[in-house]
Design a protein around this ligand. Structure first.
Ligand code: NAI
Length: 344
């Protein structure tokens, strides 16, 4: 297994392999960049097929966090911890504390939070052995970032509608939402309250019908959501929903949603642009969660509501920059984030 010459290695500052025989911990902590502040990013517990896959994920996700936080104007860098194994079987207080000790040894260069396979109660375990953990509110209750992510996506959709359709309000704007979990359902509430028309789907059919009934939305089967003739497609389920096969199917003017890694490959940003579909870069529009998590850690120095609402201006700026330079919106986001990293 290679590290420095791995395809996803991108000048990462530090990669730590942490092992604890007693609890069975096998973890990789990747610190990508601390130029703007300590690296912050979630802890993922996942049954990776092999160690190389875990390293790839740690390298890729930590780099993504650097860009996301830089673009959101946060005083933090990018990092990620991945633990190899099935959370249902390996997750014990002893393992979490062993991970916490490994994080503590980094002296604050990496601050962890929840991600796939971990939740606020796990963060509370880790907090027994290190203070470099967030995602738990200061009073010990849950620190779910989803409402903030949903709020940010809502503001991002407003910006995309403003730029692409020239409308200041969402009244009558038709949004097709894929995935009605923590973020998708809260997003639907906000959109419905703003007068948008909703078509919705979820693989959990009962969840879909319940929400559709409550908000007066039109439910469709999971596979049909990509073919809906609407103004906006909002992916809020899994990543890689935009592929060479799905781009030609889209009948929308805008793709703007919460899911991470929406594009199967970066070049699909050009394919969307070629179809005159405005793409709101995922890591720009879904930054509400990291803004809240950062706020939970640093306190009131981070004005959380204003920063989340600021996603509207960030996206307008990216759209204008992309148009002005004739580049796709993802390239515009990467460029802006790189500038912040260089200039501080
Ligand atoms: P969740 O797990 O609560 O909800 C996902 C929903 O999508 C579930 O209801 C699931 O049944 C549904 N789903 C899965 N596959 C589907 C498919 N093929 N078609 C239709 N529905 C499908 O997850 P959550 O927290 O709402 O996150 C949604 C997305 O946003 C994820 O990609 C996540 O990585 C991303 N994200 C979430 C943040 C947060 O604060 N929760 C922050 C940034 C990104």
């Amino acid at each position: 297994m290679e590290c420095f010459s791995a395809p996803d290695f991108d000048h990462h500052e530090q990669v730590v392999f942490a092992h604890d025989a007693a609890s069975g911990l096998k973890a990789i902590i990747a610190i990508h960049n601390t130029r703007l502040g300590p690296a912050m990013g979630g802890c993922r517990i996942w049954p990776y097929p092999d160690e190389a896959a875990a390293l790839t994920d740690a390298l890729r996700l930590s780099r993504g966090m650097t860009y996301k936080s830089a673009l959101a104007g946060l005083p933090i860098g990018g990092g990620k911890a991945v633990v190899i194994g099935d959370a249902r079987h390996i997750k014990t207080p002893a393992l979490l504390r062993a991970l916490g000790r490994a994080i503590d040894r980094l002296g604050g260069r990496y601050i962890t939070a929840e991600d796939v396979g971990t939740d606020p109660t796990d963060m509370a375990q880790i907090a027994h052995v290190t203070r470099f953990v967030t995602g738990i509110s200061r009073d010990g209750s849950g620190g779910d970032p989803s409402p903030y992510t949903a709020r940010g996506v809502y503001h991002g959709i407003r910006a995309a509608v403003r730029h692409r359709l020239g409308a200041d309000a969402l009244t009558g704007i038709h949004v097709a939402v894929q995935g009605l979990g923590h973020v998708g359902s809260a997003l639907c509430e906000a959109l419905a309250a703003a007068g948008a028309r909703l078509t919705v789907t979820d693989v959990d059919a009962e969840r879909c019908h319940r929400l559709a009934h409550r908000l007066g939305a039109t439910p469709v089967a999971p596979d049909a959501i990509l073919d809906v003739d609407a103004d906006v497609f909002a992916p809020c389920a899994l990543g890689a929903v935009i592929t060479p096969d799905t781009v030609p199917r889209l009948r929308v003017a805008i793709v703007a949603g919460a899911a991470n890694n929406q594009l199967a490959t970066d070049d699909l940003a050009d394919a969307l642009k070629a179809r005159d579909i405005l793409y709101a870069p995922d890591y720009a529009i879904n930054a509400g969660g990291i803004i809240q998590v950062c706020h939970a850690y640093f306190g009131n120095d981070i004005p959380v509501d204003a920063r989340v609402a600021g996603i509207y201006d960030t996206l307008l700026d990216l759209f204008a920059r992309a148009e002005h330079r004739g580049i796709n919106t993802l390239a515009a986001a990467d460029g802006r984030a790189s500038e912040r990293l260089t200039n501080g």
